[in-house]
Write a protein that binds this ligand. Sequence first.
Ligand code: HEM
Ligand SMILES: [Cu+2]
Length: 542
Amino acid sequence: MTTLAEPLVHTQPGFLDAPGRKGLLGWVLSTDHKRVGILYLYSMVAFFFVGVALGVFMRLEQLTEGRTLMSAQTYNALFTVHGVIMIFMFVVPGLSAVFGNFFLPILIGAKDVAFPRLNLASWYCLVIGACLAVLSLFTGPGAPDTGWTFYVPFSMKSGTNVSLAVFSAVVMGFSSILTGLNFITTVHRLRAPGMTWHRMPLFCWSLYATSWIQILATPILGITFILVMLERLFGIGIFDPAKGGDPILYQHLFWIYSHPAVYIMILPAMGAISEILPTFARRTIFGYRAIAYSSLSIAAFGSLVWAHHMFTSGMSAFGNMIFSLLTMIVAIPSAIKVFNWTATLYKGSIEMSPPLLYALTFIFLFCIGGLTGVMQGALAINQHVHDTYFIVGHFHYVMFGGTGFAFFAALLYWFPKMFGRDYNRKVAYAAWIPLFVGFNLLYFTMLILGYMGMPRRYYDHLPQYHTGHLVATVGSWILVLGLVVLFGNFVAALLRGRKAEDNPWGGVTLEWKIPSPPPQENFETVPTVTGPPYSFGKEGGP
Ligand code: HEM
Ligand SMILES: [Cu+2]
């Protein structure tokens, strides 16, 4: 366990009752990392539910053949906005913005992040960017219809409000860059005495690896989107073959960010899972260093595989082969994590709890996502499934089944600590059933539909796909039911939940040694760390 030289003293009230500005201003002007984390939580959950609603509307359109509710153009706008919201406003900030902000300083024994004001500024970037994205729907020539990938040449020619939409993504990108900068400095400079690199909880390692991708890759996307704007406004010609430009260049620039971005989404999720499993298996994590370094190697090798999104774009056969090989290689560090998690559970004394159930579900769904990804890495299969519902199924397994479920697991794990309130555990179990059933009905069916040839981003379907679409749409209703129960439970807990204990799960890392909710500055005395993070009882630890 994170052992300390001296026990901690607590006299101060929790940060929610700390003196200072009250009311809304006490939140939107606060530089306390915990409040910033909660600001992110509220805004991202709100965006998430808007995105879910758009997803459900798309599924309704596919309920019958031909036009059901909307025109093809409206459908195009829906999948574009759904994608933009879910990617840039939910999974990219993801666990890092919410739980990273709240827990990174606590886990390493610090009072706050290195640059608290910059931290608040990051939240403003996200929210201002989100407002611009919303504005792009109702102003100018109409809602953008290019898909969240904004591929040229269509995004150059589309008569819709593409310029404002890409600009909104640039603004949100700053949120990501500033958070990354802050976390890297925090990990380097603010670790408590005795908190060596190899005593850091694995969540911190994953945030550290993620931060490097955030600061190195995000500017590329920003520049690419600005080029699209310049192309639309001034016709500079960089992507336009008529002027000597190259549309394929856009795809390279886009995926040089957007493939590493999938690791921005998934690494903190994997980090949270690595916190949850030892707590409920009551034993140290298996392969601490392997998990820590696999995060770094995912960040490094993940930057070399971007063109696996472009196998059908006319690259040379040799180029295709290299990117296919690299893609297979980058699956290895992810597999290392999954094997280590399984080995952690093996011979553990497992205590079932809502966070563990959702964490195990993460592993299961993420494996389906990851393995369908390896399938697509194989050149022959890729030709067949490119731009079909197979892709849509695959990335929902990774982003929703992976990051989304890890987000739920992390919220179930840390909620009592963050708010000092308990949610109803039975309801959390009950919500899992519709979530799991609905999720697989919706997205596994998409995998099958895609394999049968159903193309993505179509508002209509041929008769042979009808049964599949029907099943998927019904699945989306069951899934939403689960989401409503899950989050309704949290809302009920906030309003009238019982007071939570300081350490409801018997966790051993630093956040469980301070009160729930934590006091304003986390630690009244500076903790001095003397041991590794996860040793339970007599075990040696990493
Ligand atoms: C109840 C929840 C959800 C439903 C019903 C849903 C449904 C859909 C549907 C029907 C499509 C479009 C398929 C097509 O015509 O090509 C889609 C696309 C997409 N979804 Fe979801 N989805 C949900 C949640 C999520 C989540 C949680 C994420 C990410 C974390 C996500 C990310 C995306 C992305 C990135 C696209 C691609 C948009 C594009 O093609 O530009 N979705 N979703
Ligand atoms: Cu990729």
